[in-house]
Design a binder for this molecule. Structure first.
Ligand code: PLP
Length: 402
């Protein structure tokens, strides 16, 4: 061992300082289709006074990666515009958007109402978790505003809506539900799960009149089946103070590479949505001609529940279609049908390029009575050619008679 070897090791590590505090600054003028991706936990302050006075809540400055970067601010502003709100908050999933709204707006002693045909995990959070914190919940029939009026109590502070219903796709009279809340529970906020409409099918604020929306960006905004993210959008500064601070205290951050993926997909979303809407209508029409199906559920079909409400509010219809199999087919036969599908894959979620199918038992999903007695299959249309998808269903229906 010689001293010289030790000196060399020292030289290597001393290069780190020069690499970290490198003087080069690229020219700031850089214009390209995609905005830059800014990643940070730490962000620098000019001095201690700036550290104390910087505010992330109004997007006037940056304080810490959790509270926003240029990349997350950009997506939030675009989503607020898409849905017709003034503010948007990003959270790690659509479900996190639902639970953030519940946690931010409710306290012990409050009551929350949810549609019986709503997104299941949101209902389970209310039933299993909010209940432990002294917040009670109730379910109403989304297709009957009188059922909502009857379920409201003096303690009701939040009413969830969803259009159309989860899996069964009944389209409620959203403006009537909102009017019912204003009349019977003026102290309550109305939240809408806007994932199906995606800010494209109808106007949640100007059209339906809700106070806030949540959106599973996992679906159409991502469009790839490869990102989980959610947003909350609203128009009210008082809501912003509650929701933004609750998000900060809960420590809900999003990965900037995921934000980048959504920023890249967002410009093509209206075109993808229109294509999947057209595929959904064509597929629903084709399903109407099949004797194996007792009912075809799709809001644009005249016989689908709530069609008139859809027609009054909407200009588009997403790419989801649910069929109810005739009762002569057992649940096991319907499973065999789903297993026989080749182009449709079996899996949760929707909005990506690949078509998906999932079987459901309606009775197991609802607390209130439902008209559905047969096994349901929900199809989400991807971006494949429609003829290839109907041919796939046709060949898989042969499995029913095997
Ligand atoms: C998928 C979905 C959610 C939840 O979104 P995740 O990102 O999967 O948590 C909420 N509501 C609706 C209507 C959805 O389709």
């Amino acid at each position: 061992m010689t001293d010289r070897l030790d000196d060399d090791a020292d030289d290597v590590t001393r290069r780190a300082t020069g690499l970290i505090h490198h003087p080069y600054q690229p020219p700031t003028a850089f214009a390209a289709p995609m905005a830059g991706v800014f990643k940070a936990s730490t962000v620098y302050f000019e001095n201690t006074a700036a550290m104390r006075s910087s505010r992330w809540i109004d997007k006037s400055a940056y304080t810490y990666g959790l509270h926003g970067t240029p990349t997350t601010f950009l997506l939030e502003e675009r989503l607020a515009t898409l849905e017709g709100g003034t503010h948007a908050l990003l959270v790690p999933s659509g479900l996190a958007a639902i639970t953030l709204v519940d946690i931010a707006l409710l306290k012990a002693g409050d009551h929350v109402l949810l549609p019986d045909n709503g997104y299941g995990p949101g209902t389970r959070f209310a039933r299993d978790d909010l209940a432990r914190w002294g917040i009670t919940m109730g379910l109403y029939d989304a297709m009957d505003p009188a059922s909502l009026a009857a379920a409201i109590t003096p303690a009701t502070r939040l009413v969830w809506t969803e259009a159309p219903g989860s899996v069964t796709l009944e389209f409620p009279d959203l403006p009537a539900l909102v009017r019912t809340v204003r009349e019977h529970a003026p102290q309550a906020k109305v939240a809408l799960d806007n994932t199906w409409g995606a800010g494209l099918a109808f106007d949640a604020f100007a059209g339906a009149g809700v106070d806030l929306t949540i959106h599973a960006l996992t679906k159409y905004p991502s469009g790839g089946g490869d990102v989980l993210m959610g947003s909350v959008v609203y128009r009210d500064a008082g809501l912003h103070a509650k929701l933004a601070w609750a998000r900060a205290r809960l420590g809900l951050g999003v990965g900037v590479n995921d934000v980048e993926a959504i920023l890249r997909s967002l410009p093509s979303m209206p075109l993808r949505y229109a294509a999947q809407d057209a595929a959904g209508r064509g597929f629903a029409q084709w399903c109407l001609g099949r004797a194996e199906f007792k009912r075809v559920l799709h809001p644009a079909l005249p016989d689908s529940p709530g069609h008139a409400h859809w027609k009054a509010l909407c200009r588009a219809a997403a790419g989801l279609v649910t069929v109810e199999f005739d009762e002569r087919y057992t649940a096991a036969q319907v499973d065999a049908f789903v297993d026989a599908l080749q182009r449709f894959k079996i899996g949760w979620s929707w909005g990506g390029p690949v078509s998906l199918a999932v079987p459901y038992q309606a009775a197991e999903m609802r607390s209130l009575p439902t008209p559905y007695t047969g096994t349901l299959v929900r199809f989400c249309l991807g971006l494949e050619a429609l003829d290839d998808l109907t041919a796939d269903v046709e060949q898989a229906l042969a499995a029913l008679s095997r």
